[in-house]
Design a binder for this molecule. Sequence first.
Ligand SMILES: Nc1nc2c(ncn2[C@@H]2O[C@H](COP(=O)(O)OP(=O)(O)O)[C@@H](O)[C@H]2O)c(=O)[nH]1
Ligand SMILES: [Mg+2]
Length: 290
Amino acid sequence: MKKSFGARLKALFGIRTFDEQFFEDLEDMLIEGDLGAKCAMDISDAVRKLAKSEKSTSPQDLQRLMKRLLSEKINGYAPALVPDETNIFLILGVNGVGKTTSIAKLATYYKERGESVLFAAADTFRAAAIDQLDLHAQRTGCRIIKQSHGSDPGAVIFDAMQSAKAKGERLVLADTAGRMHNKENLLRELQKIDKVIRSKITSPDCYKKFLVIDATTGQNGLSQAQLFDQAIGIDALILTKYDSASKGGSLIQIGESLGIPVAFVGVGERYGDIHPFDKEEFLDALVGMA
Ligand SMILES: Nc1nc2c(ncn2[C@@H]2O[C@H](COP(=O)(O)OP(=O)(O)O)[C@@H](O)[C@H]2O)c(=O)[nH]1
Ligand SMILES: [Mg+2]
């Protein structure tokens, strides 16, 4: 297996000769870790400065400095449900990032904590998407509101919120399409969905918009976040496939340029494979201190 990002960084720091080659390698590695060119340069410059200003700098000193600098660019987000109200999580992201799977995992997570969950099959763009969510609903023991392929996603969500209110589920998890005939269509559709939800909620705190980011396609994370954030605003991120690519530098880039915090991390394909984002643990892994 390919060494994880953190392990390779750890190995680089293990060299202990902080010469120009080291700083070049460090910068390259940070870019490879999806931190983006600017952030990679800022971090390696700061590390270079520290290494040169003190005679006996240990790898741990440099890693700690990196962690402190990165720590300013990223934050955790613990979504709270409003008691006695219908809450809705809108799950957004481009095709294949893991939206539908994350919904099944989040349902499992919240059910384990005593919540009742309803699925809204608002990815009506692909017929298979509705069937996929339906299967997850059966397996996780959640009700699902769905309509036929091609129907209006806003209407599906409207029905779901109505139904959750009537039957008493406290959390609606809404799947969405990651692709439409073109980008403008997708954005317009999302804005329509957003409007429907805002017209149905009793307070803004009941509504949270999550963008799913795939750790294996990191470099595109920032542009995806910009797109969705501009369209309807994003409250928090869900990082998926962290088990396949244990790097998540794009979260740093997104945090730095858009200030969007991170709520959950997906670490596999089973229903239990989701955890609340742990900033300390994430940063330790990112700088090779884990
Ligand atoms: N290894 C791994 N695979 C994942 C994870 N999350 C999703 N997947 C896989 O990614 C693929 C696409 O997921 P899906 O939920 O259908 O993506 P969607 O198009 O955004 O709804 C599926 O094969 C999932 O099993 C994860 O955290 N780890
Ligand atoms: Mg899907």
